[in-house]
Write a protein that binds this ligand. Sequence first.
Ligand code: ATP
Ligand code: MG
Length: 407
Amino acid sequence: MYRLKNAGFKGLLVGGGVRDLLLGREPKDFDVATDATPEQVEDLFRNCRLIGRRFRLAHVRFGREIIETATFRGTGDGSESDDHSLNDEGRVLRDNVYGSLEEDAWRRDFTINALYYNIEDFSVIDYTNGMEDLRNGVIRLIGEPEKRYREDPVRMIRAVRFAAKLGFRIHEQAEQALFEMGHLLQEVAPARLFDEVLKLLMSGVGVQTFELLRHYDLFRYLFPMTDEALAQEENTFPHILIARALSNTDARIAEGKPVTPAFLFAALLWDTARQRAEQIRQTEDLPASLALQRAAATVVSEQAGSTAVPKRFSLPMREIWSLQDRFSHRRGRRAKALLAHKRFRAAYDFMLLRVESGEAEQELADWWTLIQEVDETEQEKMFASGPGAGGRRKRRRRPAKKRESNQ
Ligand code: ATP
Ligand code: MG
């Protein structure tokens, strides 16, 4: 901000950084708004990269932090220019009109996100009455909620995200519209939805977020198959399994431990994959492991139609699934290989979830917990006498790798 100022530009902190600092919370990242164009920002910072899917932005790196630096944008209200166009439903297609600081404030999503910290006089600039909403714990869209949701349906899940994260309530009219406009999420690019979903579930308050999304009936646009599995009333496993997976993840985040989205996606989509695998196994007379592989492929490709899970998460997710079957074979080399598998830890954690949700026997969990605690001679004894088949003969044995926590 000072470098921008010294070069004759404005540079203000905005968004979550200001909001969270005012609330006495630690900001997750910092966003800067400026009257310098992205090219001018690039000239000022060597550690700068211009990016832009919908908007053109400058990413300025400071060590491990990336400061998102955006040029003031116009509101687009009544603007007929080529650079700002709405589709038939009122969705913003392009939004690259530069504007004044005040215009920039009015085109932001919520009043509490439109506060600017000004280094010129250390004040907070507030055009939209965001300070009052911040004090009262209200999430209020700037402008008319229906119109703002139509412009960008992702604002609906952002409203839910901030409500859960900050413990705020969504202002009445904006809340009512959530129930009615969720279907617009179907038009958001699946890759963009994935980015938002990741923020939703990895926020440290995944349980509350999940419950709120279900409450507003938005969840089914993000995870249609999961929603269907949850709707089958006689089926209580997925409820417990998903709730446990989310609360495990929240707990790990609270303790500062690493978390992987693959584990959560494995939990969210497991019941669908399992049911489909069972169908395939029966109708096509395939071994369980092959049936699961097939089912997993259909689940991943179908999910890509709503929230596209990238390969770096879907591959480990599928591995967690495919290892589940192997926990029942507790004798011999195949069982030993499972213990040494690089994905053992995540698969084991996942198996514990299945036990907790009543899908697998407690005894299974106890056995695999014990074998990790005893010394090598005891392990050998357990592998020699463990229940279950020794697996297929002459299986390739994976080299023992350092076991790491995958969750
Ligand atoms: P956090 O980073 O803590 O998740 P944030 O409010 O900083 O929350 P970002 O996604 O980093 O969220 O966005 C930064 C700011 O950009 C927001 O505070 C808001 O002012 C604006 N913004 C983000 N997304 C939208 C959107 N879809 N429509 C309008 N303004 C948006
Ligand atoms: Mg931010």
